[in-house]
Each structure stands twice: as C-alpha cells, then as structure tokens.
Design a protein around this ligand. Structure first.
Ligand SMILES: Nc1nc2c(ncn2[C@@H]2O[C@H](COP(=O)(O)OP(=O)(O)OP(=O)(O)O)[C@@H](O)[C@H]2O)c(=O)[nH]1
Ligand SMILES: [Mg+2]
Length: 474
C-alpha cells in the first residue's frame, strides 16, 4: 500500500504553536539524521548520535552560519520509533518565530512539510499500529475529558483491536464452513452444520458487534460532552456558581439583579465527562430590554442542553416571579432539571426549608413532580460535590457507561452498522436454508467491512479522510 511519496523525509512542528518552554520539531524518514548533522552543532565533540539519546547543542542556519537556538536533539533509529522510520526530534524554545525558523531550516535541507496526521499514517502504513489504534491516538489528542482519553488509551493498547480480531476469527470460521458447502454441494448435509453456524454467527459475531455499537452510544457523552445550563431569577447566584465550579472568576458577580445578560460558557469535567456550563441572564417576568435579549439567548442554547440547574435563593424562597422560570422550563419537557437551593449560609434550618420548598414545587408544577434537589452555597463553595454527583447521576442513569472499557468512534460505529445489516441478512438466509453462495456473499462483505476498521481493507480515500482529521505534526 506504500506510495513513493511516503518514503521521503517529512517534518513538522509537533507542539502547539505559541509561546512556551519547549517546542518540538519532528522529522521522519531516511534523511532525518543527515539533516540533523547539517544544522546541529553538538556541545560534545565527536558526537556519536547514538539512537534514543539526547544531545545538547546549538541549531544553526547552515546557509548563513548564524546560531538560531540552543536545543536538545534526539535521533531514533528505525524501527523502534513512532513511524518505524528514522526519526529526529529537536527540542528547542517554543517561540513562534524561533520554532518556525528551525522548521524552515529543516525544510531547506530537504525535508517536506508533513500533512496532518502523516506521522501517524506512516506508523500505520509501516505496520506498527492498526487503523483503529491510529484513531485511538486521535481520541487521546482530542479528549476534552479524561473519560475519552481513557477510552483512547484502551484503544491504543489494542482493546478494540482484540475484540474485532476475535469477531473476525469467528466470522472467518463461519465463512469457510459455508464455502466448503459451496465447493462440495453434494455433501452439504454433513459438512454444513447450519445450526451450529447460525448459532456461532449470532453469538460470537452479531451480538458482540451489537455490544460495540451500544458502547458507542453509551460513551457518546464522554466523546462529545454535554451542556448544563444554570438558570434562575436575577441574583440567585448563577454566576457565583459558575465561578465556583470552574475555579476561576469567569463571570461578573454583583449584588445588582440583572448583572449577567449574555450566555457565559465554561468547560469543566465531571467524572471524565466534559461539561459545558452556561451561566445565563436571570429570568423574570418583566425584564428590561437588555435582559429580554439575554433571555432570548437562553432559548437559543436551551435546545441543546441536557440539564437545567435551577438556582433558588433559599433565603428568599419561592416567589411569584419564579413562575417565569417554571414557564421557561415547561418549554423544554425533555431536558432534565435539578433544583439547587443556594445561599444556605444565609438561613438557619436550610434542610427543613428546602424540604418545604421542594414539596411545594413538586405538588404545584407537574414538570417538577420528581425533580431532584441539593443544597449549596456558591459563595462559600458548599455542597458543590453533591450537585456534580447529581449531574453525573442524571447523565449516566441507566446508561451502563461504567461497564464500557473500549468503544468505537462514530466512523467505526457506522461501519459496524453496515456490517450488521449484511450479517443479519446472512443469518436469516442460513436459517431459511438459502443457497450457501448467497450467504457467503453477505459474510464476505461483513468481513471486508471489519477490515475497514482495522485497516486491511481500508481504501486510500478512507485513509485520507481519517488522517486529515489529525493535527499537523501528529
Ligand atoms: N451569602 C451568599 N451570597 C451569595 C451566594 N451566592 C451568591 N451570592 C451573592 O448573591 C449576589 C448575586 O450573585 P450572582 O452570582 O451575581 O447572581 P446571578 O444569579 O448571576 O445574578 P444575575 O446575573 O443578576 O442574574 C452576589 O452579591 C453574590 O455574592 C451564597 O451562596 N451565599
Ligand atoms: Mg449572573
């Protein structure tokens, strides 16, 4: 599958561009070491450039003779490298000018700028990792929460690959049993034990694939995250809660009702799930012009919210104005609600008060008949764990997310779904004693599709699509 251009030497900045302590320029291909020798003056005389050793020295421009930066350089000899080719990494200071300069020097000595994902593509083409493992690397890089990062790591270690390998083995068995029947039709009654094949196809192939598809659904929130919106009357403490949960002064807090007008977002992580918290304008019945725009903005984001956290100032209790909040919530019957009684530091018997208020709400507003609640003080950072636990519980209730050790990504899931449709048709055809030729066509198609996930049967188009999702330098 190797193309000519995949043997040349490529280079890229492997770290994010910006000011930082260290930036890395990575080179892969046969010219890696010769290029390093041309642009690097090691501090040590007679530098042997032993593999996998760091050497201190200076990067210079061989055309002008000018020193560019001090650097630590490592040469890693093939095949024990990321790409399985000779690799050089230059660790220099990360300043946009200096690192771009070093990259251009490397290119002037014969390396080509790598395409996005090209290092990882070479790791795949050179047989170090399978396609599913390459995609697991993408998960690790893209993970906003530790949940997806863990799934990515499990995938890189070969979790998904092992499951697919055993499914493929079973499927290959079924296919060869069917093919024997095609080759020796007169003996098919003895050779083709249809019942056994159909049982094996169902239990060892179709069901495990369905489990994988389900595990995608279960881990979707880890992959894409969820939106949680803080709503409530002006001054309830929404902005204070956003700040407390994201541990920084993100939103403006004042004691003037109507402080927040825009939607203010912040990402946090709750037990591995990326959660986008949204602080919003206070909802009230007769808002001023700007507040009214703010409330309109809540509607714009509310459609995509999984949970509303309704903050109620427990020292004020529930007042007529809160009807505006209830009216708002009614428009989103599918979004989960949590009531958070805030400012518990201001009252004596917070528990007793909360119980009274929650019974009142549950009895008087049908959408709140089972609403869970918690007691917090956003200002004093009390009860926040209970709130995040409630959020997590709602997000994962009945999902079985904790049982998933590895899961396919969207592309892989879609391939699995196509695979299932062929295999289900094969399963039915076996049971209806259709001709083995017809069954074999579907089984072969299913096997091919599994190869699209692990890489054996992935076309150049599919590979291009996958690797173009990587960032430059990976
Ligand atoms: N005592 C006490 N005061 C709080 C608590 N949480 C918030 N406050 C105060 O309540 C006032 C309003 O807080 P904000 O966080 O701005 O309230 P908000 O809901 O964002 O208000 P708007 O943006 O106007 O809708 C501020 O003076 C906060 O310091 C709390 O837990 N205890
Ligand atoms: Mg606010």
């Amino acid at each position: 599958m190797k193309l000519d251009r995949e043997f040349d030497t490529i280079c890229a900045i492997a770290t994010p561009l910006g000011q930082g302590g260290i930036g890395i320029v990575r080179i892969s291909g046969p010219e890696s070491l010769p290029i390093l020798r041309l642009i690097f003056r090691p501090a040590r005389k007679d530098c042997p450039f032993s593999s996998h050793r760091l050497y201190y020295g200076t990067i210079f421009n061989p055309e002008t003779g000018k020193d560019v930066d001090e650097a630590l350089c490592v040469y890693m000899k093939a095949p024990k490298t990321y790409t399985r080719e000779d690799v050089v990494e230059i660790q220099c200071h990360s300043g946009p000018a200096v690192i771009s300069h070093i990259l251009s020097i490397v290119m002037s000595q014969g390396a080509r700028l790598a395409e996005p994902g090209e290092f990882t593509k070479r790791a795949f083409l050179n047989g170090r990792i399978s396609l599913d493992q390459a995609e697991a690397i993408l998960d690790i890089i893209e993970a906003q929460g530790s949940g997806l990062a863990e799934l990515g790591m499990a995938g890189l270690k070969g979790g998904l690959h092992e499951i697919l390998a055993s499914i493929k083995e079973e499927l290959t068995y079924c296919l060869s049993a069917i093919e024997v029947a095609i080759d020796y039709p007169e003996e098919d009654a003895e050779i083709l034990q249809e019942e056994e094949i159909s049982k094996r196809l169902k239990e060892k192939v179709i069901l495990p694939i369905k489990t994988l598809i389900e595990s995608y659904e279960k881990t979707k929130i880890q992959r894409f995250g969820v939106n949680v919106i803080l709503i409530g009357r002006p001054n309830a403490g929404k902005s204070s809660l956003l700040n407390a949960l994201c541990l920084e002064e993100r939103a403006i807090v004042t004691d003037i009702p109507g402080t927040t007008r825009d939607v203010v977002e912040r990402q946090i992580e709750i037990n591995g799930i990326p959660v986008t918290l949204m602080d919003t304008a206070g909802i009230r019945r007769a808002p001023d012009v700007i507040e009214a725009i703010g409330i309109k903005k809540i509607h714009e984001v509310a459609k995509k919210a999984k949970i509303f956290v309704w903050l109620i100032d427990i020292s004020e209790g529930i007042v007529l104005e809160d009807q505006a909040v209830i009216d708002f919530l009614r428009e989103y019957p599918n979004t989960k609600i949590i009531v958070a009684f805030n400012k518990i530091d201001k009252v004596k018997d917070a528990n007793g008060l909360a119980k009274e208020l929650i019974s009142y709400l549950r009895e008087n507003a049908p959408i709140l008949s089972k609403v869970p609640f918690c007691l917090i003080s956003a200002k004093r950072q009390k009860g926040l764990n209970k709130l995040t636990e409630l959020i997590f519980e709602i997000l994962t209730r009945d999902s079985g997310i904790e049982t998933v050790k590895c899961a396919p990504n969207l592309r892989q899931k879609q391939v699995l779904e196509r695979c299932i449709s062929y295999l289900s048709s094969a399963f039915e055809n076996i049971n209806q004693k259709m001709s083995p030729d017809i069954v074999a066509i579907d089984l072969r198609k299913g096997l091919d599709l599994l190869g699209e996930i692990t890489g054996e049967t992935a076309t150049e188009d599919i590979l291009d699509k996958i690797f173009s999702n990587f960032c430059l330098g990976k």
